[in-house]
Write a protein that binds this ligand. Structure first.
Ligand code: PXG
Length: 480
């Protein structure tokens, strides 16, 4: 097998699956040529990448014909579920009609106009304008430039500092990774860029010992005020946060947190930015996470669920305060992407949103599937390996612990070097369910189209894999 084998020859026919693939050959080619995101390639070469070839509803199939329930909706994005022919049809029709035209130089296109108007209608009332990008990272880059431009136009160019949080994820571009609070990312590439500062995250399980949840929410929001006073209120442009932190491990803030953040931003006249790349388009049971958490941002970053990931698209919803200043006083905003308002991506989004609405998927998260997932995850806390579990809409996390306690604060964690989360993730994948491991916190965020019966199936597989993980951890002598 050379690396020059034509890809078409990698497919062989086998009766038991629709199409069969030469997995090893694909893995060799993959390893020889494809640099993956966030991947240790030397380690991947040893293992070989899993090749995903097909998907339907909430299931994936790999190149060996193995069926896997996708507890992560692709990567927090396939909100409408897999196999939606109507999205494919809408994209196909648009590609034939007008595959591309740019939105620079006084031009526009029909799907982009329709989507902008629909987003204005769906989002909280202060949002009447949208700037399209190709991804969530580009949305956050746009926000950095937009808030700084806003303050220039508002006559306060000294307001340049954007405050974010440790363990936040805001993307992988230079600005996105700088806003993010991941030390491993900052360590590569000279980040953060100037003018970005971080405060602690509202993680009650880790940092709220000795306080009620409500007290901790106010306490954690207070770190913003401390930072504003340290930096100097006249230098602070904006605060950005995810309503519920996703990649950081489904960190759900206490109910008191966001209203207090809003109060502090209002007090110091600071723009409030909600990164809704994961929480937007129904994940938490509301169209946008800020609606559940009770705050009114000036800007919203979105991506992922807007097209259910069928085609890349992201953007920034621009609230009236910023939009008015940019439009009335700004002249050219010297910023934009070739694919801003891509007609095929916008066509995918229009059909995706039609499905979310027609099938009441957002309401179902609030009233049916979200509460069901909550009850099923609560039942997992009886497992000897599970310290605590939290859910919000269709996002959930549970902690694997060495010794259980009465509360999240009394549990004893495993040493991080044991990498119990990764061990558990491997059992999950081998047994047909995908969960993400963030350290020893195991998380799910399934498609919003998941049925109650499929949630039960997913949780039973998770329970079985927790048993396998426990057996292994006990055999290694790691339990307390
Ligand atoms: N903001 C948030 C809140 C995100 O979750 C981005 C911005 C960046 O979006 P793009 O489209 O540029 O990737 C994200 C992306 C994980 C994981 O491991 C999460 C994301 C991306 C990759 C991995 O959970 N979220």
């Amino acid at each position: 097998m050379t690396t020059n084998t034509p890809v078409a020859s990698l497919r062989v026919t086998a009766p038991e699956v629709q199409e069969a693939y030469d997995t090893q050959a694909l893995q060799q080619l993959d390893s020889a040529h494809y640099l993956h995101p966030f991947t240790d390639h030397a380690a991947l070469r040893e293992r070989g990448a899993r090749v995903i070839v097909r998907a339907e509803d909430v299931y994936l199939w790999d190149s060996d014909g193995k069926k896997i329930i996708d507890g992560m909706a692709g990567l927090w994005c396939v909100n409408a579920g897999y196999g939606r022919a109507s999205i494919a049809d809408a994209v196909h029709a648009q590609l034939l009609q007008l595959p591309f035209y740019n939105s620079f130089f006084n031009t526009t296109n029909v799907p982009a106009v329709k989507l902008a108007a629909l987003l204005a209608q769906l989002s909280p009332p202060q949002f009447q304008h949208v700037f399209f990008t190709g991804s969530g990272s580009e949305a956050n880059d746009t926000i950095v430039r937009m808030v700084r431009r806003y303050w220039q136009l508002a006559g306060k160019p000294g307001r340049e500092v954007i405050i974010s949080r440790r363990n936040a994820y805001h993307g992988s571009t230079m600005a996105g990774a700088s806003l993010g609070g991941m030390p491993g990312m900052h360590a590569q590439g000279g980040l953060p860029i100037p003018g970005i500062d971080h405060i602690g995250q509202p993680n009650y399980a880790e940092e709220g010992r000795g306080m009620s949840e409500a007290e901790f929410g106010l306490h954690a929001a207070g770190w913003l005020e401390e930072k504003i006073l340290e930096v100097g209120p006249d230098r602070v442009a904006a605060f950005i946060g995810e309503p519920v932190q996703g990649a950081g491990g489904v960190i759900i803030p206490p109910a008191t947190y966001w209203p207090e953040i809003q109060r502090i931003c209002d007090k110091y006249d600071i723009l409030l930015v909600s990164d809704e790349v994961i929480c937007g388009f129904g994940r938490l049971g509301t169209w946008f996470g800020c609606q559940l958490m009770g705050f009114e941002p000036d800007l919203i970053a979105f991506a992922k669920g807007v097209t259910s990931g069928y085609v890349p698209l992201g953007g920034v919803l621009v609230g009236s305060r910023v939009a008015h200043t940019l439009i009335e006083k700004g002249g050219d905003f010297n910023h934009g992407f070739t694919y801003s308002g891509h007609p095929a991506a916008c066509a995918a989004a229009l059909e995706n949103i039609r499905i979310l609405q027609a099938e009441h998927l957002v309401e179902r998260v609030a009233l049916e599937t979200g509460p069901h997932l909550k009850a099923r995850f609560a039942s997992l806390v009886a497992h000897p390996l599970v310290g605590h579990a939290e859910t919000c809409g269709l996002a959930a996390g549970l902690n694997l612990v060495r010794r259980k306690g009465q509360t999240a604060h009394d549990c004893e964690a495993f040493p991080s070097t044991h990498a119990v989360g990764m061990l558990c993730r491997k059992h999950m994948f081998d047994n047909g369910v995908i969960m993400r491991a963030v350290g020893d916190r195991m998380i799910v965020a399934p498609p919003l189209s998941i049925s109650v019966a499929r949630i039960d199936e997913m949780v039973e597989r998770i329970r079985y894999c927790l048993d396998l993980t426990l057996e292994e951890v006990v055999a290694r002598g790691w339990m307390a």
